[in-house]
Design a protein around this ligand. Structure first.
Ligand code: NAG
Ligand code: NAG
Ligand code: NAG
Length: 356
């Protein structure tokens, strides 16, 4: 009898807590979509806008939620958008105390901003990654108290020591990954611009390559591959990581990566499987800002359609560009209707647990 009641209680609670969102049954779900919280508005520098826009327009689009952003979603059949703090967000704050305070404030601002329209908007937490235990506590707070769907980190955490940056593939971060897997929420790995020390050495000679054409993928792919080679997925087999821009090129290069890493086993590399294996068990990729249809077909062969999800990268990429990609997928890729629905919303509903 007691058992019956406790089962009933759990069932009842989860029914009450089920997320209500604007599920039209056909609209898209997108979740690498940037927003600048008011607490960080004064720190945002000039950024390169999409062709045909000014950097002022881009800055306005980053601050907006309920006006042109929502209108664009309506016009393009976007059912639901998950917002996250625009890069580098907290990863660009060197002081650990300021970073932790600002993260809390940015998360509270995001929750308050979307509170009157959670039918259309959800949130990913911004986290100070100086201290793994503090980061885990803030993630838990945002998921359990603010209803956030996971976190988005903007690559490595810069620190107050300009010769030291923090990557989350070291054992120091195990307490963080423990809480992430206990909460069973995904963490999105999003790129950032390098700290000057690195960026100037690497891109000073050809500054056009800073940002999204080369710098972002080059730096972030190293971090994501480090999670594998350092054994994070072996220690946390249920961990879910999301990588945008069609996987920051990694699944395009599996043959060489797997082949070359096999040579590192004798050097004590802790990774238990092939790097490509984790893209079928732990890592998901999105199409954000990368709508290459030949590449999509190739990646379906590499990792399977169930690991590939639609996203846009608004406002750095227009929602219209994404819509054009989605609406022509049948002709450009030969994918059937069921597969297209999985790509544009089905896999996201599962990964973000929108149906729970
Ligand atoms: C639900 O989303 C569609 C776009 O897919 C939009 O046109 C419609 O207005 C939305 N409904 C609400 C209540 O927000
Ligand atoms: C939510 O609040 C904002 C800011 O006051 C407002 O612009 C927007 O129309 C509101 N949205 C809804 C669905 O009430
Ligand atoms: C940087 O922060 C760490 C951790 O709070 C502190 O121990 C260290 O003294 C700080 N270093 C500088 C140069 O401020």
């Amino acid at each position: 009898m007691l058992a019956y009641f406790s089962v009933f209680a759990i069932f009842h609670t989860s029914v009450l807590a089920a997320r209500i969102w604007n599920n039209t049954g056909v609209g898209t779900i997108i979740f690498e979509e940037a927003w600048t919280p008011p607490v960080l508005a004064s720190t945002v520098g000039k950024q390169t806008p999409p062709v045909g826009q000014t950097s002022e327009q881009l800055a306005e689009n980053l601050l907006d939620v309920h006006n042109q952003r929502l209108a664009g979603m309506d016009a393009n059949g976007v059912d639901f958008m998950v917002l996250s703090c625009s890069s580098p967000c907290i990863q660009g704050i060197s002081d650990p105390v300021v970073a932790a305070t600002t993260a809390k404030q940015a998360n509270d601002e995001l929750a308050a901003t979307i509170a009157n329209n959670t039918l259309r908007f959800g949130g990913f937490a911004a986290l100070a990654m100086h201290d793994p235990v503090e980061a885990a506590q803030e993630l838990k707070r945002t998921v359990e108290e603010l209803g956030f769907l996971g976190a988005l980190v903007n690559d490595y955490q810069q620190t107050n020591d300009s010769s030291m940056i923090k990557f989350y593939d070291t054992a120091e971060f195990d307490p963080f990954w423990q809480v992430v897997t206990d909460l069973d929420v995904p963490v999105y790995f999003h790129p950032r611009s390098n700290i000057p020390l690195l960026g100037n050495l690497e891109f000073g000679h050809s500054s056009f390559l800073r940002g999204s054409s080369q710098e972002f993928a080059a730096t972030l792919s190293t971090h994501v591959m480090g999670l594998s080679t350092n054994g994070v997925f072996d220690r946390f087999p249920t961990l879910k990581i999301i990588v945008g821009h069609m996987g920051e090129r990694i699944p395009s290069d599996f043959s060489r990566i797997d082949d070359q890493l096999a040579r590192q086993v004798v050097n004590g590399m802790p990774m238990q499987k092939k790097l490509s294996d984790y893209w079928r068990t732990n890592i998901f990729e999105t199409t954000s800002g990368n709508f290459g249809t030949d590449l999509l077909k190739f990646h379906i062969g590499q990792i399977g359609l169930d690991r590939i999800l639609y996203s846009v990268d608004y406002p750095f990429v227009t929602i219209e560009q994404g819509t054009e990609f989605i609406n022509t997928l049948a002709e450009t890729t030969g994918l059937g209707e069921e597969d297209i629905v999985a790509l544009k919303r089905g896999a996201a509903i599962k990964l973000l647990k929108l149906d729970q």
